[in-house]
Design a protein around this ligand. Structure first.
Ligand SMILES: NC(=O)c1ccc[n+]([C@@H]2O[C@H](COP(=O)([O-])OP(=O)(O)OC[C@H]3O[C@@H](n4cnc5c(N)ncnc54)[C@H](OP(=O)(O)O)[C@@H]3O)[C@@H](O)[C@H]2O)c1
Length: 241
């Protein structure tokens, strides 16, 4: 089937994407930063399905670590079929309080890391079969939410990177974004915050990490004519004012 590399694969959306691609038959190169223990148990589960799994750990806020990760994955996987940039920082801060360090870290993880990892892995992608890059963007990258200015800017950049690479890397490499609405609440959101968000979702409920995972599998397996698109998986939230 081929090989997929997924960043931030230890927990939540990333682990669901890895599990779905593994079940679809892909061998896996999986990255985590802090969630190494859960990444290892996911690897055990996927190996029991007969998949080859290689594991990587890196802080994607550190440009040297990003470069080292890209070089290692490229060396160990000379052909890659799917690259999913899932790792991301999400942080609520008033605009007036965002330090230069917090801004740099946000942009580093959410935008610079996907940019330079794809660049490093381009030779592997070009050796893959119908290669696909997927960015986990956010509906908030097009319509901002207050107190997330640096996050919104990072995701807006990632949306443009999706379109820019879809144009430049065609026809060999497809590049698409998936914009979740709410598929897994941040653990620190209380009941009131959750209720306020659910009220604004036409389908009246949060999505699930599997909604994202099956969209990645769809793009990989069923969508050879889709590139440069941002697919909202948000229960209709971005459709209304
Ligand atoms: N959950 C949602 O409803 C939702 C909504 C909109 C957009 N998204 C996007 O979908 C993606 C996954 O969402 P999620 O909710 O599963 O994310 P999450 O629970 O916040 O997990 C963040 C992921 O990013 C990785 N990460 C964070 N900082 C990192 C760093 N400095 N270096 C390397 N990895 C780092 C984490 O790895 P470790 O745990 O290993 O450190 C983890 O896998 C993100 O890009 C997010 O912006 C999610």
């Amino acid at each position: 089937m081929g090989t997929a590399f997924i960043t931030g694969a230890g927990i939540r959306v990333g682990s669901a994407v890895a599990r779905a691609l593994g079940r679809a038959g892909y061998d896996l190169a999986l990255h985590a930063h802090r969630s190494v223990a859960s990444l290892e148990s996911l690897a055990t589960e996927l190996r029991s399905l007969g998949r080859q799994v290689t594991l990587y750990s890196a802080d994607l806020a550190d440009p040297d670590a990003v470069d080292a990760l890209g070089a290692r994955v490229r060396q160990e996987h000379p052909a890659l079929d799917v690259l999913v940039h899932n790792a991301g920082l999400f942080e609520r801060i008033d605009f007036a309080s965002i330090s230069r360090a917090a801004y740099r870290r946000m942009l580093g993880v959410n935008l610079d890391a996907p940019f330079f990892l794809t660049q490093a892995l381009l030779p592997s992608l070009l050796a893959g079969k119908d290669p696909l890059v997927v960015h986990l963007t956010d509906i908030g990258g097009e319509r901002p939410v207050s107190q997330y200015a640096h996050y919104s800017v990072s995701k807006a950049g990632l949306i443009m990177l999706t379109r820019a690479l879809a144009v430049e890397l065609a026809p060999r490499v497809r590049v698409n974004g998936i914009s979740p609405g709410t598929v897994a609440f941040p653990e620190d959101f209380d009941e009131a915050a959750r209720h306020a968000i659910l009220q604004r979702i036409p389908l009246g409920r949060e999505g699930s990490v599997e909604d994202i995972a099956r969209t990645v599998v769809f793009l990989a397996r069923e969508a050879p004519y889709i590139t440069g698109q941002i697919i909202a998986v948000d229960g209709g939230r971005s459709a209304q004012l």
